[in-house]
Structure formats: C-alpha cells, structure tokens
Ligand binder design. Structure first.
Ligand code: G3P
Length: 218
C-alpha cells in the first residue's frame, strides 16, 4: 500500500519523508490556501518545492472547470516536474479531459469521487488514480470504507488499472480498513500516519526496558 501525505505544508512533508515511508503527496486548492500560497507563480513554485522534497507522485489540482481550461492547466502543471500528476475534478468536462490526458500519456488523479459510478467513469476515461473521499462520506453518515470496497470490486471484475487512492483519510483505523481491502494508496494527514506507530503497551514496555537497563548498568 502506498502512503501519500495530504498537505501542502513543507515541514510536514519533510517529516513524513524523513520517516522513510512516504510514497507521494496530494494537495488541493484548500490545502494550498491553508499554507497562504496564492497567485499562479507562487502556486507553481510551491509545487516545485514539494516535488524537490519527495521521490513519488505529487498531485496538483486544476482550477478550470471547462475542458480547454483543464487541458491547458494540466499541460502547464506537468511542465513543473515529472512527478506531477494532474488532479481533475469529477465533472463532465473533467471526464473528457481524463480521456484526453490518458491518450497523451499524462497521469491523472480524478478527485471528489463519492460514488462507484463516478469511479467507473473515471476508470473508463483512463484515470491513473481515483480519489474517493472516505472521511467526507463518514461525515454525512455514509460508509466511506464501503465505497472503497465497492470500487475495488468493480475494478477487479473488469481488470481496470486505475489505482484506488483512498482520500480524506482522517485517522489510523481508516488506513487499516483501506489496507485490509487492498486499496492501492491512502492519502491522509501526518497525524494519521504517526498514529499508526502508537500503542500504550509499546510506550510502557519501552519505559520498563530502559528502567531495567539503567538498574543493571548504573
Ligand atoms: O485532498 C483530498 C482529500 O483528501 C480531502 O480530505 O480531510 O479535506 O476531507 P478532507
């Protein structure tokens, strides 16, 4: 399972990368705004700074919602770095753009996926990744993990190569549940990744080991 971090914060990306388990980064316009990155030039340079920090794919989202605009922005974004994956929203012109990009060998991440039907369309259009939003479905009392299972089933039945990128991951149980199902990738905050390593028995066990060592070696 690939681990992507869902942030535009360079410090968090560095920390996740230093842990040695980071496979890529996803961003979105809200995450860029949260870091105070505004204006096209600043946004493009920030994507470059992210690409320079990591070894894997970096999803950069288009703002345009019409076919020509999405294609224009996507073609500009891929010029930044070979790691860039063009993030395209699940809208009618977005599906057309996914098909266009796929024909040109340009990698894409279809975002804002909330149903299996949307994921099926994105796969048919040749998306490299689909991003079903697990946490946002849970937020409205709908089972986000069940959607991951449904999409994986459909993709396996037809052999689609589109990778399921479980997005809007909020906590470690989301990661475990996605891993059990075989999601290709998860993207979440650093806090969810770091929460995987925590257990009170690990902490108390280590405390005792160190205390016993100290007793025998003082
Ligand atoms: O980047 C897309 C997705 O991961 C957003 O997550 O936490 O804003 O629902 P969240």
């Amino acid at each position: 399972m690939k681990f992507f971090i869902d942030t535009a914060n360079l410090q968090e990306i560095k920390e996740a990368h230093a842990l040695g388990v980071l496979d890529g980064v996803t961003t979105n316009p809200s995450l860029m705004a949260k870091e105070g990155i505004t204006g096209k030039n600043n946004i493009m340079s920030h994507y470059k700074a992210i690409c320079d920090l990591v070894d894997g794919d970096v999803s950069a989202e288009v703002i345009a919602t019409d076919f020509e605009g999405i294609v224009r922005e996507g073609e500009e974004l891929i010029e930044i770095d070979d790691k860039i994956v063009v993030k395209v929203p699940m809208i009618q012109d977005g599906v057309k753009a996914l098909k266009y990009f796929s024909g040109k060998g340009i990698r894409t991440n279809c975002t804002l996926i909330f149903t299996a039907g949307q994921a099926l369309l994105a796969a048919k259009a040749g998306a490299t990744y689909v991003s079903p939003f697990v946490g946002r479905l849970d937020d409205i009392s709908t089972d986000g993990i069940a959607l991951i299972e449904q999409i994986l089933t459909i993709y396996r039945v037809y052999g689609y190569e589109t990778q399921v990128l479980a997005a809007s991951i909020r906590h470690p149980m989301h990661i475990i549940q996605c891993a059990e199902l075989g999601a290709d990738v998860m993207t979440g905050p650093l806090s969810a990744i770091l929460a995987l390593l925590k257990h009170p028995l690990t902490d108390s066990g280590l405390e005792k080991f160190l205390a016993d060592y100290k007793k025998g070696n003082s």
